[in-house]
Design a protein around this ligand. Structure first.
Ligand code: NAD
Ligand code: MG
Length: 391
């Protein structure tokens, strides 16, 4: 087996670290090429040494000196800022893990596919903001686009050997997040600290808060539509407290294939890293005699209006996903900065997409990166203005 060269974008994050953990366990198969990160320069430098990276890049220009001096005793190439990120994404490698959080992950992923790398996609925002462009970029370059989100990996696995036109519906499960046992009234006054406490999964801060609001599931519904070419009505969401059944696919003959596994992202990461093959992964094995029960319930849309917004976005199509994701990112910033309340995040995002639904902003061109980035900027700008008017 030839050595696979792998770059990790967002290496210091939760997905990045889990990816490095698996790569480090199989040095005969994987060679780390490039690691990128943001502010955690020392952590990035340490991992670059530990995993023998060839290049390391921080997304921020002003961290260049710190990164350079942390690696002064090595011959690892060091870069900082947007042009270095682009250069890093253009390197000839076999695969790139797209694990930056937010729309900032979109361009590195596209660049990597254009340079011929398979894309392991954790960055769901790429599919929400630019699903059609991401998919066609993979096709055009004849590279694989492999889902890393656990639900989507579950769907992808359930679809192996199946005909796509026999799918009746796809069900994505959600833990319900930090406030699943709160009433709507109780949710009104929750703090960022409370929202950062996830009942089942250990993840980055932003996705953890998005899980509490179920904006994460809203993004994932759109991601599923784009990845598997589904109609909005074919996708459903179920709250499942145990987070052990990740996704279910129902076929025309009423058979359902469910994907079940421990809540450890290394399962989905491993499936993608090994190119859709099963490797012997160092994960906990489930004991069904101890699990005893699995609960499922429809989400309470009063508590989680974000889920409804996903369907509005899918029906609008075009560039609405880019506006939706951007507005969500801004509303999340405002909540984390205590500028708006938890439930106001959905109100802000709804206000942005309602406004954009009645005007025409070039929805026809979802394959054009400039238009996507333009809509992303507009969505951010509008959300910021709406946040400023909230009390
Ligand atoms: P995280 O916050 O732990 O890490 C994010 C990484 O992105 C860090 O390395 C950070 O330095 C980098 N980064 C942040 N902003 C950046 C910017 N503007 N430019 C360049 N780099 C930047 O996030 P995470 O939980 O690992 O999630 C990463 C992605 O994977 C997200 O899109 C998330 O939705 C998705 N995802 C995560 C999980 C999970 O279990 N953590 C599960 C499914 C999907
Ligand atoms: Mg997920």
């Amino acid at each position: 087996m030839a050595l696979k060269r792998v770059s990790i974008f967002g290496a210091t994050g939760s997905i990045g670290q889990n990816t490095l953990d698996l790569i480090g366990r199989d040095p005969e198969r994987f060679q780390v090429d490039t690691l990128t990160g943001g502010h955690q320069v020392d952590h990035l430098a340490e991992d670059a040494k530990k995993y023998g990276a060839r290049m390391v890049v921080t997304a921020y220009d002003d961290h260049y000196q710190a990164l350079k001096s942390a690696l002064s005793d090595t011959d690892i190439q060091v870069g900082a800022g947007a042009s270095a990120m682009k250069e890093a994404a253009s390197r000839p490698v076999d695969m790139v893990m797209s694990a930056i959080v937010g729309a900032a992950g979109l361009e590195p992923g596209l660049t990597a596919m254009n340079a011929g790398a398979d894309l392991l996609l954790a960055n769901k925002e790429s599919m929400v903001a630019a699903g059609a462009l991401t998919r066609t970029t993979a096709q055009k370059n004849n590279v694989a686009l492999l889902p890393v989100d656990s639900e989507h990996s579950g769907v992808f696995q359930a679809l192996q050997g199946e005909r796509r036109d026999t799918i009746e519906r796809v069900i994505l499960t959600a833990s319900g997040g930090a406030f699943r046992d709160y009433t709507l009234e109780e949710m009104q006054s929750v703090t960022p600290e409370q929202a950062c406490d996830h009942p089942t999964w250990a993840m980055g801060q932003r996705i953890t808060v998005d899980s509490a609001s179920m904006f994460n599931k809203a993004l994932e519904v759109i991601e599923a539509k784009e990845l598997f070419d589904l109609a909005p009505e074919q996708i459903e969401v179920l709250v499942h407290r145990q987070s052990l059944v990740h996704a279910l696919v129902e076929f025309q003959d009423a058979g359902i294939i469910a994907h079940v596994g421990p809540h450890d992202m290394r399962h989905a990461i491993g499936y993608a890293l090994y190119g859709g093959n099963r490797a012997n992964l160092p994960l906990e094995r489930l004991d069904f005699t101890k699990i005893a029960r699995l609960d499922f319930a429809a989400p309470d849309l009063k508590k989680y209006p974000s889920v409804d917004l996903a369907y509005q976005v899918m029906r609008a199509g075009g560039l609405m996903g880019a506006a939706f994701n951007a507005a969500k990112e801004k509303a999340l910033d405002a909540f984390l900065a205590r500028q708006i309340g938890f439930l106001q995040m959905s109100e802000v995002v709804k206000s942005v997409i309602d406004t954009l639904s009645v005007t025409d902003h070039g929805f026809e061109d979802a394959l054009n990166l400039e238009h996507i980035l333009g809509m992303d900027a507009l969505g951010r700008d509008m959300a910021e203005r709406v946040c400023a008017t909230q009390k």
